[in-house]
Design a protein. Structure first.
Length: 192
C-alpha cells in the first residue's frame, strides 16, 4: 500500500508529465503561425505604429494603445513583441483571457520570448482577484489559491527562468527565481 506522501508525489509527477505533454503538443494542435510575407515598408510602418502605442500606454491611453498594437499586428503579424505589448495592456485592463491569447501568440511567434512566459504565469497565479478566468479557447484551467500554484504557471516560470539565464537577462532571471520560490516553495522537482 502506498503512503499518502507517495501517492501525492505520484499525482504531482503525473500532472507535470501531462502538462509537459500538453505544452509540447499545443503548437501542433493550434498550428504554428506561418510567417506572412511582409514588405520592409510594412515592417517599418508597423514598428512606427507600435512606438506610438507604447507612448499611448505610458500615458494610460489604453484604448489608443490597443488600437495601435492591433494595427501593427495587421501590418506585421510576424512580430511577437506586438502581441506581447498588447497583452500587457489587456492584463492591466483585467481582460485576462485576451491577455493570455496575446502572450500565447507572442510565444508561438517567438518561443524564446521569456517575458511572455513570465507574464502568462503571472495571470495563472493571479487567481484570487480574477475568479472569472475559468476557460478560454475551449480549455479549462483549475483555479486555486494553493500555495504550490498552478502546474502550468510553474512550468512557464521555469521556462522563463531558463530563457533568461540563456539570454543573460539578470533582472528577468532574478524575478523568475523569486516567483518560483514563492509559488513552488523553492521546489524544482516534482518529488518534493
Amino acid at each position: 500500500m502506498l503512503s499518502k506522501i507517495k501517492v501525492k508525489r505520484l499525482l504531482i509527477f503525473s500532472s507535470i508529465k501531462i502538462t509537459l505533454l500538453f505544452s509540447i503538443l499545443t503548437p501542433v494542435v493550434h498550428g504554428h503561425p506561418t510567417l506572412s510575407p511582409v514588405s520592409q515598408e510594412m515592417i517599418d510602418e508597423a514598428q512606427h505604429v507600435a512606438e506610438l502605442g507604447k507612448i499611448k500606454a505610458e500615458f494610460q491611453n489604453y484604448s489608443g494603445a490597443i488600437a495601435d498594437f492591433s494595427k501593427a499586428i495587421v501590418l506585421n503579424p510576424n512580430e511577437a513583441d506586438f502581441y506581447y505589448q498588447r497583452g500587457l495592456i489587456l492584463r492591466e485592463l483585467s481582460d485576462l483571457e485576451a491577455a493570455i491569447r496575446d502572450f500565447d501568440d507572442a510565444i508561438l511567434r517567438n518561443p524564446r520570448h521569456a517575458w511572455a512566459y513570465l507574464q502568462r504565469a503571472g495571470i495563472f497565479f493571479n487567481v484570487e482577484s480574477n475568479q472569472g478566468l475559468t476557460s478560454f479557447q475551449g480549455l479549462r484551467f483549475r483555479q486555486t489559491t494553493a500555495t504550490r500554484g498552478d502546474t502550468r504557471g510553474i512550468l512557464d516560470l521555469k521556462t522563463a527562468r531558463e530563457l533568461f539565464a540563456q539570454q543573460g537577462d539578470r533582472e528577468g532571471l532574478e524575478t523568475a527565481e523569486r516567483l518560483i520560490q514563492h509559488f513552488a516553495g523553492g521546489s524544482d522537482s516534482p518529488d518534493t
